[in-house]
Ligand binder design. Structure first.
Ligand code: ADP
Ligand code: MG
Length: 232
């Protein structure tokens, strides 16, 4: 098993302003899983994703990647851990506007003081169908192409797992489905683990293991009956 999240809760604020964003979420993720977590706006999706990826600390609960107790790492070790193990994809793409597609993809390696990995970058651009766009700036790309660049950037440091926060939220339905198909391809061809959060049922259905979240409560596993995977 790759990841085990146990009783994750997150409470923001205190007193009258208190918001229980996530309540006792349990989730186990195996290497090679393709997971969707669906819920409406404000249901706690981003909160859960931030906790699962070590971007934020829970109010209570634990997170293990293999034997590693993630929340026990200090800040420096935690950010090194994230850079090595995890790739992120966001709704807003978050590409740097002054850099070409290729430069955006290579950016995480440069920031980490690593060498360029030109051949791997070419391979990713090929797989994602953006090779012809490598010298283009983000404003010269369609939404779908921007997201494919962002996916290549998420993969460049060879993480085990990709977390995508509403990756299709800014795309038309055709480009959104295309992005999901590419994520499925990346799982199959490269053996990556993929976790996608979305409020779009059609997108959620494209994953192999499907969860829902409502008012901070993670539940279900629809589509499959893998007993004991979700304990609640
Ligand atoms: P989603 O991604 O499903 O739209 P979020 O996880 O962003 O939901 O938010 C869940 C709940 O927690 C919402 O009620 C939101 O307003 C609240 N929330 C999120 N982040 C913060 C924060 N930093 N401070 C206070 N409340 C927050
Ligand atoms: Mg969100």
């Amino acid at each position: 098993m790759l990841i085990k999240a146990k009783n994750l809760s997150k409470i923001y604020g205190s007193g009258e302003n208190q918001v229980i964003a996530l309540q006792e979420a349990n989730l186990e993720i195996d290497a090679g899983d393709f997971i969707s977590i669906m819920g409406p706006s404000g249901s706690g999706k981003s909160t859960l994703l931030h906790l699962l990826s070590g971007l934020d600390m829970p109010t209570s609960g634990s997170l293990f990647y293999g034997e590693q107790d993630v929340y026990c790492l200090n800040d420096a070790k935690l950010s090194a851990f994230r850079r090595k193990k995890i790739g992120f994809v966001f709704q807003q793409f978050n590409l740097l506007p002054v850099l070409t597609a290729r430069e955006n993809i290579l950016m995480p390696l440069l920031l980490d003081g690593k060498k360029e990995e030109a051949a791997y970058c070419d391979q990713l651009m090929e797989l994602l169908g953006i090779k012809e766009r490598m010298t283009h700036l983000p404003h010269e790309l369609s939404g779908g192409q921007k997201q494919r660049v962002a996916i290549a950037r998420a993969l460049i440091a060879k993480p085990d797992i990709i977390f995508a926060d509403e990756p299709t939220g800014n795309l038309d339905s055709k480009s959104g489905e295309e992005v999901m198909r590419l994520l499925a391809d990346i799982r199959e061809k490269m053996g990556k683990t993929i976790v996608v959060i979305t409020h779009d049922e059609r997108i959620a259905q494209m994953a192999k293991r499907r969860f829902t979240i409502t008012d901070g409560i993670l539940s279900g596993e629809s589509g499959t009956t893998r007993k004991g995977r979700l304990q609640k």
